[in-house]
Design a protein around this ligand. Structure first.
Ligand code: ADP
Ligand code: MG
Length: 734
């Protein structure tokens, strides 16, 4: 009996796929012409704004001066004219609520004139401030519905841009989103505040070194990992569609063990898609730089050149949007879930982070002799201290139901936060602990065995297993997940480092006032920090069990799940930290804690319900049909006089099959009961930590049990009856 189901229809559809996307010719539209062509950037501003307005605006962008409301009208007019020339009919304040995705509300420039006509208008007030109903966005208790107003406030440090659509364009203005009492309801506001905090502390410390800097920026280069699979498969999988990850799926005979995908040649359809993504991003001024295949089949990565954190954040959100949007044109679905396929590598977002002065100095650049570069070592020590002291804050900044599947599962760093320094820097830090550093270990020249290749030189090998690694002139925070906004992790990093820089500056200032010689004072402070915080340094294999044991011995926290990590941001120390640096007040910290756990619980609930429905309406029906076929065939064979002795194995498999079906039905019932219990406790408004704990301790294990049996059936039931696209198909048909 030939059957058509969603899966076979998907395979049929994808083999006849023809892309409708227009071809892109970089020769006709060279990058230098299109780059930032849709951005109201410095060049356009200089050209179109009255000089005093331009200068005031730039005081804010470059040096963080308070924006002068008087210039808003002039900027609005220039922006509107520019946008209309580019075909815009509407403007939109884009904001970054705690949902983790962007939100935008479009308004047209139209202003009726009373005589039946209309003009196009855009005022400074409309540019600067928008009103948006905040009640439908997560606020973690920050605003009750009776005070549901939320405001979007223009962020002049992130330039407005034009978003194209085949039927028109929109002027998009990046904004912060706050409650009417000024509390942050979004990701951008705390990020901007943390950038100010770290700038202030860094300037203070640089002053101690006799340097004057106007402003210090945190810089970020996020590497985005993602999967691209055929869209037909995506639509045939309710779990991918609604949860972003597969809730069922037996391991394919070939996974990633052949290691033939990493850096392999990029499939043509995928490359075409990447080229268009890049084309779009170039127009928006996103400096996309690298692309390659990642480790898992159907997994890829792209990375831009680093920018200041705020811009990097806005561009990163645009990158995710653009990937999703363009993939669709190529018949692909872009998956940015942390772990879309069990047993296959998940996706992260390596967050490369550093500090740079507005004058252009990278404060984490060791120079050629790091042991002499006292200032560099001071900044490194500040980071070490921050990461050790506030490991829980960093851990929580990457915590989610999805990332829980990825962290620590032998492909991504464990939940234990530690720092990798590499041979060279580690050696210097050890010298620092015991006395003044005297030498720098040199990388050996690497001879490639033939004269035609250049000699390579590297200061140290890479460690890919560390959650937080020094990589030459920046730190790379690798526990960040593919699907999340980078705002949270960077807010955390900036804030904890601000505190450490401040601490060191304070100590040094006091010692210098006391008359101590600078180098002596500095050495004393740094060696003390190394002594106290060296437990956070680990240069070995973070995936190994030995490290888990060692970390426990060192007393490093190991928050395995979101639920374990959450309370870490409510400690007195952490609340004081965020308060002191004016990044989040106590209410804001609490709201974020609530939102995190709420989100965790909701995601797991959705997954559980999806699982029940897939098991009941797809997997069990397929298995029961197959059971019928086998039973019928045995009866028919007997009727036809087949020797009963020959049918023993078939009867046995039939019996195994029925047994598995029965077990699955029982496990599904148990999962239903667990979700009902969760719904009741939600109804009763129980404490969110208790609810999340229930999800972790009861619902997740119940889901595991269902999955095991579902996956077992996938390996038994006749292939033509199986309704769900398999891992083999999704990952290997490109
Ligand atoms: P890899 O990790 O493979 O060595 P790269 O050296 O290409 O990668 O850098 C990865 C990312 O780090 C890129 O986005 C790059 O722009 C970014 N990066 C480089 N220097 C800095 C810096 N000073 N601050 C923040 N990000 C940086
Ligand atoms: Mg990297």
């Amino acid at each position: 009996m030939a059957s058509t189901n969603a899966r076979s229809a998907a395979i049929a559809a994808l083999t006849s796929f023809k892309s409708m996307a227009p071809r892109i010719h970089f020769a006709e539209t060279p990058i230098k012409d299109i780059f930032a062509s849709n951005v109201f950037n410095e060049e356009v501003q200089r050209e179109r704004l009255p000089k005093p307005v331009f200068e005031k605006l730039h005081e804010t962008i470059r040096n963080g001066a308070q924006i002068d409301p008087a210039i808003a009208d002039a900027v609005a007019v220039a922006m509107k004219d520019w946008a209309i020339e580019k075909g815009a009919t509407h403007y939109a304040h884009i904001f970054y609520p705690m949902t983790g995705v962007t939100a935008e509300k479009h308004d047209s420039f139209i202003q009726p004139t009373g005589d039946g006509k209309a003009i196009l208008d855009f005022s400074g007030k409309e540019l600067s401030q928008g009103e948006s109903d905040a009640s439908s966005f997560p606020s973690g208790g920050l605003r009750a519905t009776f005070e549901a107003r939320g405001y979007t406030a223009w962020d002049p440090t992130s330039p407005a841009y034009i978003l194209e659509n085949p039927n028109g364009t929109v002027l998009v203005i990046p904004t912060a989103f706050v409650s009417w009492t000024g509390e942050a309801l979004d990701q951008k506001t705390p990020l901007l505040r943390s950038m100010e905090a770290v700038s202030k502390s860094a300037i203070r410390l640089l002053n101690v070194f006799g340097k004057n800097s106007q402003k210090v920026f945190s810089t970020v280069g996020p590497e985005q990992e993602y999967f691209l699979i055929d869209k037909n498969f995506y639509y045939a999988r309710p779990d991918l569609l609604n949860a972003g990850r597969t809730l069922f799926g037996a391991r394919p005979p070939k996974g990633q063990e052949m290691e033939d995908h990493y850096f392999g040649s990029i499939p043509e359809r995928v490359l075409a898609c990447m080229l268009e993504v890049e084309h779009e991003l170039y127009k928006l001024g996103v400096p996309v730089k690298t692309r390659h295949n990642e480790v898992a089949p159907a997994q890829y990565e792209m990375a831009p050149v680093f920018e200041t954190s705020n811009l990097a954040h806005d561009h990163q959100m645009l990158t995710m949007e653009t990937l999703r949007r363009i993939a669709d044109k190529y018949g692909l679905a872009c998956l940015m879930h942390e772990k879309p396929f069990a047993g296959v590598n998940g996706s992260g977002k390596h967050n490369n982070w550093s500090l740079a002065t507005v004058e252009g100095e990278n404060l984490l650049n060791p120079g050629s002799t790091p042991h002499e570069n006292a200032q560099f070592l001071t900044f490194v020590c500040a980071v070490l201290r921050a990461v050790d002291k506030f490991a829980g804050v960093l851990r929580m900044s990457v915590a989610s139901a999805g990332n829980d599947h990825r962290l620590g599962s032998h492909e991504a760093p464990p939940a234990i936060i530690s720092v990798y320094l590499g041979d060279q820097l580690n050696d210097i830090i050890e010298q620092l602990e015991n006395g003044k550093p005297k030498s720098t270990k040199r990388g050996e020249d690497v001879w490639l065995g033939t004269r035609v290749l250049p000699k390579l030189r590297d200061a140290g090998d890479r460690n890919r297993t560390s959650p937080f690694a020094f990589t030459g002139n920046k730190f790379e925070f690798r526990a960040v997940s593919a699907g999340q906004s980078i705002a949270g992790p960077n807010t955390a990093l900036n804030t904890i480092v601000a505190e450490s820089l401040d601490y060191i500056a304070g100590k040094l200032e006091a010692e210098l006032v006391g008359g101590k010689e600078f180098n002596k004072a500095l050495h004393g402070v740094l060696s003390e920090i190394v002594k106290q915080h060296k437990r956070v340094i680990f240069n070995g294999d973070n995936y190994s069990d030995a490290w888990h044991a060692e970390a426990a011995k060192r007393g490093l926290p190991n928050f395995k799940t979101t639920v374990d990590a959450a309370p870490a941001i409510l400690t007195k120390e952490v609340v004081e930290l965020f308060g002191k640096y004016k990044v989040l007040n106590e209410r804001e910290v609490h709201s974020r804690y609530e939102i995190h756990l709420e989100n965790y619980k909701k995601r797991i609930n959705i997954e559980a319900q999806l699982m029940v429905s897939m098991a009941r309406t797809q997997i069990l029906p397929a298995a029961i049909r197959y059971q019928g076929e086998v039973a019928e065939s045995i009866v028919a064979a007997k009727t036809a006089g087949v020797n009963i002795g020959n049918l023993g194995e078939q009867e046995q498999s039939l019996s195994d099959l029925s047994k598995t079906i029965g077990e699955l039905q029982r496990k599904v019932t148990a999962l239903v009961q667990a979700t009902e219990h969760a719904a009741a406790s939600d109804e009763a408004d129980e404490d969110v930590l208790a609810q999340a704990t229930y999800s972790k301790e009861t619902i997740i294990p119940a889901m595991k049990a269902v999955r095991e049996l579902g996956d077992k059936l996938e390996t038994i039931v006749a292939d033509d009856l199986w309704p769900l696209p398999t891992y083999r198909e999704m990952l290997f048909i490109k």
